[in-house]
Design a protein around this ligand. Structure first.
Ligand code: APR
Ligand code: ZN
Ligand code: ZN
Length: 361
């Protein structure tokens, strides 16, 4: 039978979110209904609320979640009721060029379940990143569910669904950080902190955390930073060069999404180093670089989409590392909150007080 549950909805541009009654239909072919157990509050949720992604209001927010499958629709073989899963942004098609070439994170032919959940009056909801998980039960495509070890608590596991995966993946998958590398991470919020942790996990011997906020730098140390630089006090490019014997870092990860920090990343890398942009810029942002400076350096300028992750490969692996005590997911959970506290969590995020507030259901 269809479900009537409470969910966090952004009704209009810039308006405070509200708790609304939502109708969740039975899963159709290829779909699953998931009992959400925990969902992190991410910047992208706020971005949706502010109309920064698109204007398909009302949105059902939340997209960084873990839970248990309640029911599946016809033809679903990937998951079954009772499975413990992490949700991901994309049920990839497996057929398009990106999928065939082994880069499914660029798949633009997704089979996500779209706009089938509605408000009481029948208005269709747009689920954030094709998920919508600040809700007791959500409807997704079965391909958005990745089964993981049920021993990992949902507050930790859910984080892999977005920010932490994006950060770890930026370092490990996109940046290709390997043993002995020197790595700098500019901006150490949830995403950058995870990039620091990913670099440490991959065996980088120098992990330089850069931020303008000392609280973030202190957290970065817990995730494996060997050095910290407060870039509101010193020039971060000079500091990174100094800490790397004048060479610059092998991999520099930009996790702010601003022109000045991208420029810093560009100049703070080794001549053959890699720059990874994981912070999301806004459409009007540009930078100008002397072409000679681009020519004069080899290496690579990359962007990282969802940490270039393969959920079926990366989620279970990271959960294993967590269970072995080698991956600190709990360190990202600043607080657990209820569905009614999301607006307040946005304010805390804005003030830089939290890495992640996690809604627990
Ligand atoms: N130099 C260095 N650090 C900065 C600067 C700057 N000029 N400006 C802001 N920061 C720091 C903030 O102090 C904060 O610690 O960048 C960090 C950004 O972190 P969060 O606000 O927690 O954002 P996060 O969730 O980590 O996302 C970072 O990645 O996914 C994208 O949309 C997301 O663009 C955002 C970025
Ligand atoms: Zn997110
Ligand atoms: Zn595809």
């Amino acid at each position: 039978m269809p479900y009537t549950v409470q969910g966090v909805v952004a009704r209009g541009k810039g308006e405070a979110v509200s708790l609304e009654t939502v109708h969740v239909p039975d899963p159709g072919p290829g779909e699953a209904v998931v009992n959400v157990q925990a969902c992190g509050v991410c910047h992208t949720d706020l971005h949706y609320r502010e109309g920064g992604i698109n204007d398909e209001f009302p949105f059902l927010l939340g997209h960084e979640a873990a839970g248990v499958v309640e029911a599946v629709g016809e033809g679903v073989t990937e998951v079954a009721p009772g499975d413990y899963v992490i949700l991901n942004w994309r049920a990839v098609c497996g057929q398009c060029r990106a999928c065939r070439r082994g880069r499914p994170w660029y798949c633009f032919n997704t089979h996500n379940a779209t706009q089938r959940m509605t408000l009481e009056d029948g208005t269709p909801l747009s689920p954030a990143l094709g998920i919508g998980a600040f809700i007791e039960k959500t409807l997704v495509a079965a391909g958005q569910c990745t089964k993981v070890d049920p021993e990992a608590p949902p507050t930790a596991a859910g984080l892999l669904g977005c920010g932490v995966m994006a950060g770890i993946g930026a370092a490990v998958n996109t940046g290709g950080v390997t043993r002995g590398d020197s790595v700098a991470v500019i901006g150490c919020g949830g995403v950058g902190g995870a990039a620091v942790h990913g670099a440490w996990l991959a065996g980088a011997t120098k992990v330089i955390a850069v931020d303008i906020d000392d609280r973030k730098l202190a957290w970065a140390k817990e995730f494996g930073a060997t050095h910290t630089v407060n870039s509101s006090q010193v020039d971060p490019v000079e500091a990174i060069r100094e800490l790397t014997g004048g060479d610059g870092a092998d991999v520099v990860i930009e996790a702010v999404g601003r022109p000045e920090t991208y420029r810093q990343a560009f100049y703070a890398r080794d001549l053959a180093g890699t720059v990874v942009l994981v912070g999301v810029p806004t459409p009007e942002m540009t930078i100008e670089l002397p072409l000679l400076d681009v020519f004069g350096r080899g290496g690579a300028l990359k962007s990282s989409w969802y940490g270039d992750c393969l959920p079926s490969r990366d989620f279970p692996m990271l959960i294993d590392l967590y269970r072995q005590g080698r991956l600190n997911l709990d360190g990202f959970v600043s607080e657990t909150i209820g569905l009614g506290d999301v607006e307040e969590a946005f304010a805390k995020m804005h003030r830089g007080e939290v890495l992640r507030s996690v809604v627990v259901l």
